[in-house]
Design a protein around this ligand. Structure first.
Ligand SMILES: Cc1ncc(COP(=O)(O)O)c(C=O)c1O
Length: 386
């Protein structure tokens, strides 16, 4: 199987597995215990916190809260920061292309009486800064949440400019960096982010671990109540092995520059070959501000799901985001937000590369994709004429 779905999830890197296994096999202490085993576990978490903090340009390790997922980190960011905001600021802004992990808690706040504004994007999926400035003008915004890079299109948002605008209007700024970590530089200070979400399983750590960067001094309420782990913001005995795994992944990222530099060349070759082989194929998202590993295209005829199903045993691809690709048959919210036609939405395929993707894999994948599409398009045309 050729795996081209790294935006859905990555494999666990051997170095990460090694770090996790060391803790599973050797030590099991509770970090809250005062004996040697507990102190050892606490030291592991302290060390991991420092590495994860460094990977997002945090000022201090204490600005990192470990969570069980990016979804949990996003929920903590949105609900935790908004419920702690002053009563004069009951307005929340999220971009039109946010992941459900941001959009749904925002909608929940709206149901509870908050004013929610959805900031529009252009045809590339990039936030329209003038529109955001207009939404901020009333001066009542508690939080702006804009993802660093979009999971479907790969489009990178102008987060530095968004951060400046949010600050000018006294709003907090949350960046969902689930898709950008490990692919492009991420620095919370440069973005002026107050909150920043990290997803373990998108950066070669396992599923079940994430983190939220919370700039020192940001008022926050917890979502759960319990003991005082993670500064009281995320109570519950810590997942020491996976926290160590996330830190190993953060260290790995720092040394992954050669792999990161290889990815855009491979992605561009893949794009050129598919565009040449499938007349009418459109490339979606920004060509200039795009994750180096992501290619999002729309087939000119038929359904992406049908083509992906024909290839399911040979190539792992995604029709948009993995978390929507099973159930809902509606066009993705991202495709709606960029004004895509029904065909562009139904024909949308996301191909996402990883550190280990090779040219040989792409050599094998391209003819398979082209042949599956040709077969499907022929069926569609035949059925159309029947
Ligand atoms: C941008 C973004 N945010 C949040 C998430 C949620 O991650 P998880 O399902 O691991 O909680 C994802 C997962 O696809 C994502 O792409």
């Amino acid at each position: 199987m050729i795996y081209l779905d790294y935006n859905a999830t990555t494999p666990v890197h051997p170095q990460v597995r090694e770090a996790i296994n060391e803790h599973l096999e050797r030590e099991f202490g509770n970090p809250s215990s005062s004996h040697a085993k507990g102190r050892w576990a606490k030291a592991v978490i302290d060390d991991a916190r420092a590495h994860v903090a460094a990977s997002v340009g945090a000022h201090s390790p204490s600005e990192i809260v470990f969570t069980a997922s990016a979804t949990e980190a996003d929920n903590l960011a949105i609900l935790g920061a908004c419920t702690a905001a002053s009563a004069q600021r009951r307005h929340l802004i999220v971009s039109a292309v946010e992941h459900p992990a941001v959009m749904e808690p925002a909608l929940q706040l709206q149901r509870q009486g908050w004013r929610l504004s959805i900031a529009p994007v252009d045809r590339d999926g990039r936030l329209i800064l003038d529109a955001l400035a207009g939404l901020l003008a009333a001066g009542d915004t508690a939080l702006v949440s804009v993802m660093h890079a979009n999971n479907e299109l790969g489009t990178i948002q102008p987060v530095v400019e968004v951060g400046q605008l949010a600050k000018q209007h006294g709003a907090l700024f949350h960046v969902d960096a689930a898709q950008s970590m490990g692919k492009i530089p991420v620095d919370a200070k440069v973005m002026a982010a107050d909150l920043l979400t990290i997803a373990g399983h998108k950066m070669y750590a396992p599923k079940g671990i994430g983190a939220l960067y919370i700039r020192q001094g940001t008022p926050m309420h917890p979502l759960m109540y319990g003991a005082s782990q993670e500064g009281g913001l995320r109570p519950g005995t810590e997942n020491v092995p996976y926290i160590a795994g996330l830190a190993a992944a953060a260290r790995l990222m720092a040394n992954a520059l050669p792999a990161r530099q290889r990815m855009p060349r491979l992605r561009d070759q893949l794009q050129d070959r598919l565009v040449a082989a499938i007349p009418g194929l459109t490339v979606n998202g920004s060509q200039w501000h795009r994750l180096p590993n992501t290619l999002h295209v729309s087939l000119p005829v038929g359904s992406a799901r049908a083509v992906i199903a024909l290839l399911a045993d040979d190539i792992a691809l995604s029709a948009g985001a993995a978390c929507h690709s099973d159930g809902a048959r509606d066009p993705s919210g991202v495709m709606r937000a960029i004004g895509a036609t029904m065909q562009q939405a139904n024909g949308a395929i996301r191909l996402s590369l990883g550190y280990d993707t090779t040219l040989q894999e792409l050599d094998l994948a391209v003819p398979l994709i082209v042949a599956a599409y040709a077969k499907h398009a022929e069926d569609v045309v035949r059925r159309g004429h029947a």
